[in-house]
Design a protein around this ligand. Structure first.
Ligand code: GN1
Ligand code: MG
Length: 362
Protein backbone atom coordinates (compact mmCIF):
# COMPACT_ATOMS: atom_id res chain seq x y z
CA UNK A 1 0.00 0.00 0.00
CA UNK A 2 2.70 2.44 1.09
CA UNK A 3 4.82 1.69 -1.96
CA UNK A 4 1.86 2.07 -4.22
CA UNK A 5 0.72 5.39 -2.73
CA UNK A 6 4.25 6.61 -3.13
CA UNK A 7 4.06 5.71 -6.82
CA UNK A 8 0.74 7.56 -7.12
CA UNK A 9 2.18 10.69 -5.53
CA UNK A 10 5.23 10.55 -7.81
CA UNK A 11 2.90 10.66 -10.86
CA UNK A 12 1.78 14.03 -9.60
CA UNK A 13 5.36 15.25 -9.16
CA UNK A 14 5.51 14.61 -5.40
CA UNK A 15 8.53 12.55 -4.27
CA UNK A 16 9.77 11.49 -0.85
CA UNK A 17 9.29 9.15 2.10
CA UNK A 18 5.80 8.39 3.34
CA UNK A 19 5.53 9.05 7.09
CA UNK A 20 1.93 8.00 7.69
CA UNK A 21 -1.28 6.88 5.98
CA UNK A 22 -4.74 7.51 7.44
CA UNK A 23 -7.96 6.34 5.75
CA UNK A 24 -10.97 8.69 5.74
CA UNK A 25 -14.37 7.07 5.94
CA UNK A 26 -16.85 9.95 5.58
CA UNK A 27 -17.86 9.91 1.88
CA UNK A 28 -20.20 7.31 0.37
CA UNK A 29 -18.54 7.24 -3.05
CA UNK A 30 -14.75 7.61 -3.36
CA UNK A 31 -11.94 5.97 -1.37
CA UNK A 32 -9.70 8.38 0.45
CA UNK A 33 -6.40 8.33 2.35
CA UNK A 34 -4.48 11.15 3.95
CA UNK A 35 -0.80 10.55 3.27
CA UNK A 36 1.95 12.43 5.04
CA UNK A 37 5.15 12.89 3.08
CA UNK A 38 8.07 15.21 3.86
CA UNK A 39 6.05 16.74 6.69
CA UNK A 40 3.19 17.70 4.36
CA UNK A 41 -0.21 16.00 4.14
CA UNK A 42 -1.87 15.04 0.87
CA UNK A 43 -5.32 13.67 0.21
CA UNK A 44 -4.98 10.72 -2.15
CA UNK A 45 -8.22 9.42 -3.58
CA UNK A 46 -9.47 6.93 -6.11
CA UNK A 47 -12.39 8.12 -8.18
CA UNK A 48 -15.33 5.71 -8.23
CA UNK A 49 -15.82 4.97 -11.92
CA UNK A 50 -19.11 3.13 -11.36
CA UNK A 51 -20.47 6.51 -10.25
CA UNK A 52 -18.31 8.75 -12.44
CA UNK A 53 -17.81 7.05 -15.81
CA UNK A 54 -15.68 9.96 -17.11
CA UNK A 55 -13.11 10.68 -14.36
CA UNK A 56 -11.04 12.81 -16.74
CA UNK A 57 -14.07 15.02 -17.34
CA UNK A 58 -14.60 15.27 -13.57
CA UNK A 59 -11.02 16.43 -13.13
CA UNK A 60 -11.12 18.90 -16.03
CA UNK A 61 -14.11 20.51 -14.33
CA UNK A 62 -12.38 20.56 -10.98
CA UNK A 63 -9.04 21.95 -12.17
CA UNK A 64 -10.79 24.72 -14.04
CA UNK A 65 -13.36 25.59 -11.37
CA UNK A 66 -10.77 25.65 -8.58
CA UNK A 67 -8.57 27.97 -10.68
CA UNK A 68 -11.56 30.29 -11.07
CA UNK A 69 -12.33 30.14 -7.34
CA UNK A 70 -8.69 30.73 -6.42
CA UNK A 71 -8.55 33.92 -8.48
CA UNK A 72 -11.79 35.18 -6.89
CA UNK A 73 -10.76 34.36 -3.34
CA UNK A 74 -7.38 36.06 -3.84
CA UNK A 75 -9.03 39.15 -5.33
CA UNK A 76 -11.32 39.35 -2.28
CA UNK A 77 -8.31 39.20 0.06
CA UNK A 78 -8.98 35.62 1.23
CA UNK A 79 -6.43 32.84 1.71
CA UNK A 80 -6.63 30.68 -1.43
CA UNK A 81 -4.39 28.00 0.10
CA UNK A 82 -6.99 27.21 2.77
CA UNK A 83 -10.23 28.39 1.19
CA UNK A 84 -9.95 26.54 -2.13
CA UNK A 85 -8.82 22.94 -2.65
CA UNK A 86 -5.52 22.64 -4.49
CA UNK A 87 -5.33 19.66 -6.86
CA UNK A 88 -2.13 18.41 -8.49
CA UNK A 89 -1.71 17.65 -12.17
CA UNK A 90 0.34 14.91 -13.83
CA UNK A 91 3.20 15.65 -16.25
CA UNK A 92 0.58 15.49 -19.02
CA UNK A 93 -1.43 18.20 -17.27
CA UNK A 94 -4.22 15.86 -16.18
CA UNK A 95 -5.93 15.94 -12.81
CA UNK A 96 -6.02 12.15 -12.54
CA UNK A 97 -3.74 9.21 -13.21
CA UNK A 98 -4.87 5.74 -14.30
CA UNK A 99 -3.02 2.78 -12.75
CA UNK A 100 -2.49 -0.64 -14.33
CA UNK A 101 -5.69 -1.97 -12.82
CA UNK A 102 -7.67 0.84 -14.38
CA UNK A 103 -8.23 2.79 -11.18
CA UNK A 104 -8.14 6.58 -11.42
CA UNK A 105 -6.25 8.50 -8.75
CA UNK A 106 -6.12 12.16 -7.80
CA UNK A 107 -4.17 14.13 -5.24
CA UNK A 108 -4.87 17.38 -3.44
CA UNK A 109 -3.44 19.22 -0.46
CA UNK A 110 -4.95 18.17 2.83
CA UNK A 111 -6.28 21.22 4.65
CA UNK A 112 -5.00 21.11 8.22
CA UNK A 113 -6.74 22.36 11.37
CA UNK A 114 -10.15 21.93 9.80
CA UNK A 115 -12.93 19.43 10.44
CA UNK A 116 -16.13 18.17 8.90
CA UNK A 117 -19.25 17.37 10.92
CA UNK A 118 -22.01 14.90 10.12
CA UNK A 119 -24.55 16.57 12.37
CA UNK A 120 -24.90 20.29 12.85
CA UNK A 121 -26.13 21.41 16.25
CA UNK A 122 -24.92 24.98 16.47
CA UNK A 123 -27.35 27.31 14.68
CA UNK A 124 -24.73 29.98 14.08
CA UNK A 125 -22.51 27.43 12.36
CA UNK A 126 -25.48 26.50 10.16
CA UNK A 127 -26.11 30.11 9.21
CA UNK A 128 -22.43 30.45 8.34
CA UNK A 129 -22.58 27.23 6.31
CA UNK A 130 -25.62 28.58 4.44
CA UNK A 131 -23.73 31.75 3.63
CA UNK A 132 -20.72 29.71 2.48
CA UNK A 133 -22.74 27.54 0.07
CA UNK A 134 -24.58 30.65 -1.16
CA UNK A 135 -21.28 32.41 -1.68
CA UNK A 136 -19.98 29.41 -3.61
CA UNK A 137 -22.74 29.96 -6.20
CA UNK A 138 -21.95 33.66 -6.29
CA UNK A 139 -18.25 33.05 -6.92
CA UNK A 140 -19.21 30.86 -9.86
CA UNK A 141 -21.89 33.19 -11.24
CA UNK A 142 -19.60 34.28 -14.10
CA UNK A 143 -18.17 30.80 -14.75
CA UNK A 144 -19.11 29.51 -18.23
CA UNK A 145 -21.42 26.67 -17.15
CA UNK A 146 -21.88 25.34 -20.69
CA UNK A 147 -18.20 24.31 -20.77
CA UNK A 148 -18.60 21.93 -17.82
CA UNK A 149 -18.77 18.18 -18.37
CA UNK A 150 -22.00 16.68 -17.09
CA UNK A 151 -20.21 14.31 -14.72
CA UNK A 152 -23.37 12.39 -13.82
CA UNK A 153 -26.04 12.71 -16.46
CA UNK A 154 -29.41 13.87 -15.12
CA UNK A 155 -27.98 14.02 -11.59
CA UNK A 156 -30.80 16.08 -10.09
CA UNK A 157 -33.32 15.38 -12.81
CA UNK A 158 -35.82 14.15 -10.25
CA UNK A 159 -38.35 13.35 -12.96
CA UNK A 160 -35.88 10.90 -14.53
CA UNK A 161 -34.83 9.67 -11.07
CA UNK A 162 -38.41 8.60 -10.42
CA UNK A 163 -38.63 6.85 -13.78
CA UNK A 164 -35.44 4.97 -12.86
CA UNK A 165 -36.86 4.21 -9.44
CA UNK A 166 -40.04 2.73 -10.93
CA UNK A 167 -37.97 0.57 -13.28
CA UNK A 168 -35.91 -0.62 -10.30
CA UNK A 169 -39.04 -1.60 -8.40
CA UNK A 170 -40.22 -3.66 -11.35
CA UNK A 171 -36.75 -5.19 -11.83
CA UNK A 172 -36.41 -5.98 -8.12
CA UNK A 173 -32.89 -7.27 -8.78
CA UNK A 174 -32.13 -7.94 -5.11
CA UNK A 175 -35.51 -9.59 -4.48
CA UNK A 176 -36.01 -7.24 -1.52
CA UNK A 177 -38.99 -5.21 -2.77
CA UNK A 178 -41.34 -6.88 -0.26
CA UNK A 179 -39.31 -5.56 2.65
CA UNK A 180 -39.69 -2.05 1.29
CA UNK A 181 -43.34 -2.13 0.27
CA UNK A 182 -44.44 0.80 2.45
CA UNK A 183 -41.52 2.96 1.35
CA UNK A 184 -42.14 2.16 -2.32
CA UNK A 185 -45.79 3.18 -1.89
CA UNK A 186 -44.84 6.42 -0.18
CA UNK A 187 -42.59 7.43 -3.05
CA UNK A 188 -44.93 6.30 -5.80
CA UNK A 189 -47.62 8.51 -4.31
CA UNK A 190 -45.27 11.48 -4.67
CA UNK A 191 -43.96 10.95 -8.18
CA UNK A 192 -46.00 13.94 -9.36
CA UNK A 193 -44.18 16.24 -6.91
CA UNK A 194 -40.81 15.04 -8.13
CA UNK A 195 -41.27 16.89 -11.40
CA UNK A 196 -41.80 20.31 -9.82
CA UNK A 197 -38.33 21.74 -10.40
CA UNK A 198 -37.63 20.06 -13.73
CA UNK A 199 -40.93 21.39 -15.12
CA UNK A 200 -39.83 24.89 -14.18
CA UNK A 201 -36.50 24.51 -15.91
CA UNK A 202 -38.26 23.28 -19.03
CA UNK A 203 -40.72 26.19 -19.01
CA UNK A 204 -37.84 28.65 -18.57
CA UNK A 205 -39.08 29.94 -15.20
CA UNK A 206 -35.98 28.88 -13.25
CA UNK A 207 -32.47 29.84 -14.40
CA UNK A 208 -29.58 27.40 -14.45
CA UNK A 209 -26.53 28.40 -12.48
CA UNK A 210 -23.25 26.65 -11.77
CA UNK A 211 -24.08 24.67 -8.65
CA UNK A 212 -22.31 22.25 -6.33
CA UNK A 213 -25.13 19.69 -6.23
CA UNK A 214 -23.88 17.76 -3.19
CA UNK A 215 -24.13 20.33 -0.40
CA UNK A 216 -24.10 18.02 2.58
CA UNK A 217 -22.96 19.79 5.73
CA UNK A 218 -19.95 17.47 5.84
CA UNK A 219 -18.86 18.82 2.44
CA UNK A 220 -17.79 22.05 4.13
CA UNK A 221 -14.53 22.23 6.01
CA UNK A 222 -14.94 24.10 9.28
CA UNK A 223 -11.94 25.90 10.71
CA UNK A 224 -11.07 24.28 14.07
CA UNK A 225 -9.96 27.50 15.66
CA UNK A 226 -12.83 29.78 14.62
CA UNK A 227 -15.62 27.26 13.87
CA UNK A 228 -16.22 29.25 10.65
CA UNK A 229 -16.63 27.55 7.26
CA UNK A 230 -13.33 27.52 5.50
CA UNK A 231 -13.71 25.68 2.24
CA UNK A 232 -16.33 23.88 0.16
CA UNK A 233 -15.13 20.39 -0.76
CA UNK A 234 -16.30 17.39 -2.82
CA UNK A 235 -16.39 19.16 -6.17
CA UNK A 236 -17.18 16.11 -8.34
CA UNK A 237 -20.72 17.12 -9.17
CA UNK A 238 -20.23 20.80 -10.02
CA UNK A 239 -22.53 21.20 -12.99
CA UNK A 240 -25.23 23.52 -14.25
CA UNK A 241 -28.13 23.28 -11.80
CA UNK A 242 -30.65 25.18 -9.73
CA UNK A 243 -30.04 27.29 -6.65
CA UNK A 244 -32.81 25.18 -5.09
CA UNK A 245 -30.75 22.01 -5.56
CA UNK A 246 -27.97 23.30 -3.34
CA UNK A 247 -30.36 24.79 -0.82
CA UNK A 248 -32.51 21.65 -0.80
CA UNK A 249 -29.72 19.10 -0.54
CA UNK A 250 -28.15 21.07 2.30
CA UNK A 251 -31.47 21.20 4.15
CA UNK A 252 -32.30 17.51 3.82
CA UNK A 253 -28.97 16.76 5.47
CA UNK A 254 -28.45 19.53 8.02
CA UNK A 255 -32.03 20.13 9.20
CA UNK A 256 -32.22 16.48 10.28
CA UNK A 257 -32.03 16.05 14.07
CA UNK A 258 -30.20 12.76 13.55
CA UNK A 259 -27.74 11.11 11.18
CA UNK A 260 -28.74 10.27 7.61
CA UNK A 261 -28.61 6.59 8.61
CA UNK A 262 -30.23 6.72 12.04
CA UNK A 263 -32.08 3.44 12.63
CA UNK A 264 -34.36 4.76 15.36
CA UNK A 265 -36.84 6.88 13.42
CA UNK A 266 -38.19 8.48 16.59
CA UNK A 267 -34.89 10.38 16.68
CA UNK A 268 -35.30 11.66 13.12
CA UNK A 269 -37.08 15.01 12.96
CA UNK A 270 -37.09 17.85 10.50
CA UNK A 271 -35.85 20.80 12.58
CA UNK A 272 -37.41 24.07 11.57
CA UNK A 273 -34.89 26.02 13.65
CA UNK A 274 -32.05 24.46 11.67
CA UNK A 275 -33.90 25.10 8.42
CA UNK A 276 -34.30 28.73 9.39
CA UNK A 277 -30.67 29.07 10.48
CA UNK A 278 -29.40 27.72 7.16
CA UNK A 279 -31.89 29.84 5.18
CA UNK A 280 -30.77 32.94 7.05
CA UNK A 281 -27.25 32.43 5.68
CA UNK A 282 -28.05 31.07 2.23
CA UNK A 283 -30.84 33.49 1.37
CA UNK A 284 -30.31 36.33 3.85
CA UNK A 285 -26.61 36.42 3.00
CA UNK A 286 -27.24 36.50 -0.75
CA UNK A 287 -28.27 40.16 -0.89
CA UNK A 288 -30.71 40.01 -3.78
CA UNK A 289 -28.64 37.49 -5.74
CA UNK A 290 -31.58 35.09 -6.16
CA UNK A 291 -34.55 36.06 -8.31
CA UNK A 292 -38.21 35.86 -7.24
CA UNK A 293 -38.90 32.51 -8.87
CA UNK A 294 -35.74 31.06 -7.39
CA UNK A 295 -36.84 32.16 -3.93
CA UNK A 296 -40.24 30.56 -4.52
CA UNK A 297 -38.46 27.32 -5.44
CA UNK A 298 -36.24 26.97 -2.35
CA UNK A 299 -38.67 25.13 -0.07
CA UNK A 300 -39.59 22.95 -3.03
CA UNK A 301 -35.89 22.22 -3.43
CA UNK A 302 -35.78 20.85 0.12
CA UNK A 303 -38.79 18.60 -0.41
CA UNK A 304 -37.93 17.47 -3.94
CA UNK A 305 -34.28 16.69 -3.19
CA UNK A 306 -35.28 14.79 -0.03
CA UNK A 307 -37.75 12.71 -2.07
CA UNK A 308 -35.10 12.25 -4.73
CA UNK A 309 -32.56 11.08 -2.15
CA UNK A 310 -35.11 8.65 -0.68
CA UNK A 311 -35.68 7.23 -4.17
CA UNK A 312 -31.94 6.93 -4.77
CA UNK A 313 -31.26 5.06 -1.52
CA UNK A 314 -34.27 2.83 -2.06
CA UNK A 315 -33.39 2.13 -5.67
CA UNK A 316 -29.88 1.12 -4.60
CA UNK A 317 -31.40 -1.15 -1.94
CA UNK A 318 -33.59 -2.77 -4.62
CA UNK A 319 -30.65 -3.03 -7.03
CA UNK A 320 -28.46 -4.75 -4.40
CA UNK A 321 -26.30 -1.89 -3.02
CA UNK A 322 -24.23 -1.09 -6.08
CA UNK A 323 -23.92 2.69 -5.81
CA UNK A 324 -23.63 3.86 -2.21
CA UNK A 325 -21.08 2.35 0.12
CA UNK A 326 -22.96 0.30 2.72
CA UNK A 327 -21.87 -1.16 6.04
CA UNK A 328 -24.66 -3.69 6.61
CA UNK A 329 -27.34 -5.32 4.43
CA UNK A 330 -30.22 -2.90 5.16
CA UNK A 331 -28.12 0.25 5.25
CA UNK A 332 -29.72 1.78 2.16
CA UNK A 333 -33.23 0.96 3.39
CA UNK A 334 -32.45 2.61 6.74
CA UNK A 335 -31.20 5.68 4.87
CA UNK A 336 -34.29 5.77 2.65
CA UNK A 337 -36.51 5.67 5.75
CA UNK A 338 -34.86 8.72 7.33
CA UNK A 339 -35.39 10.65 4.10
CA UNK A 340 -39.03 9.59 3.95
CA UNK A 341 -39.61 10.69 7.53
CA UNK A 342 -38.03 14.06 6.80
CA UNK A 343 -40.04 14.50 3.59
CA UNK A 344 -43.33 13.79 5.32
CA UNK A 345 -42.54 16.29 8.06
CA UNK A 346 -41.58 18.87 5.44
CA UNK A 347 -44.91 18.31 3.71
CA UNK A 348 -46.75 18.95 6.95
CA UNK A 349 -44.89 22.23 7.51
CA UNK A 350 -44.45 23.37 3.94
CA UNK A 351 -46.19 26.74 4.33
CA UNK A 352 -43.94 27.64 7.23
CA UNK A 353 -40.90 26.68 5.17
CA UNK A 354 -41.97 29.05 2.42
CA UNK A 355 -42.67 31.86 4.86
CA UNK A 356 -39.19 31.56 6.31
CA UNK A 357 -37.67 31.97 2.85
CA UNK A 358 -39.81 35.09 2.32
CA UNK A 359 -38.66 36.45 5.66
CA UNK A 360 -34.99 36.31 4.66
CA UNK A 361 -35.59 37.40 1.09
CA UNK A 362 -36.43 40.89 2.26
C1 GN1 B 1 -23.06 10.91 -1.97
O1 GN1 B 1 -19.92 11.54 -1.80
P1 GN1 B 1 -20.89 11.97 -0.78
O2 GN1 B 1 -20.97 11.02 0.36
O3 GN1 B 1 -20.65 13.42 -0.39
C2 GN1 B 1 -23.76 11.26 -3.26
C3 GN1 B 1 -24.75 12.40 -3.04
C4 GN1 B 1 -25.75 11.95 -1.99
C5 GN1 B 1 -25.01 11.55 -0.73
C6 GN1 B 1 -25.95 10.99 0.30
C7 GN1 B 1 -21.86 11.61 -6.46
O4 GN1 B 1 -22.33 12.02 -1.51
O5 GN1 B 1 -25.44 12.71 -4.22
O6 GN1 B 1 -26.65 13.00 -1.71
O7 GN1 B 1 -24.02 10.55 -1.00
N1 GN1 B 1 -22.80 11.66 -4.28
C8 GN1 B 1 -22.91 11.18 -5.53
O8 GN1 B 1 -25.31 10.96 1.53
O9 GN1 B 1 -23.82 10.46 -5.89
MG1 MG C 1 -19.63 13.32 -3.08
Amino acid sequence: MEKFLSLVLSRFGIEGEIESIRPIKTGHINQTNVVKMNGKKYTVQTINTYVFPDPEGVMENILSVTAHLRAKVSAQGGDPTREVLHFYATAEGKGCWKDEEGRYWRVYDFVDDALTYDIADDLQVLTDAGAAFGNFQKLLADYPGATLHETIVNFHNTKQRFVNFEAGVVRNASGRADQAAAEIEFLRARAHKATYLVDRIESGVLPLRVTHNDTKFNNILIDKATMKPLCVIDLDTIMPGLAAYDFGDAIRFCANSAAEDEKDLSKVTFCMDKYEAFAAGFIGGADGFFGEEELNSMAWGALVITLEQASRFLLDYLDGDKYFHTEYPDHNLVRARTQIKLASEMEARFDEMQEIVRKYAK
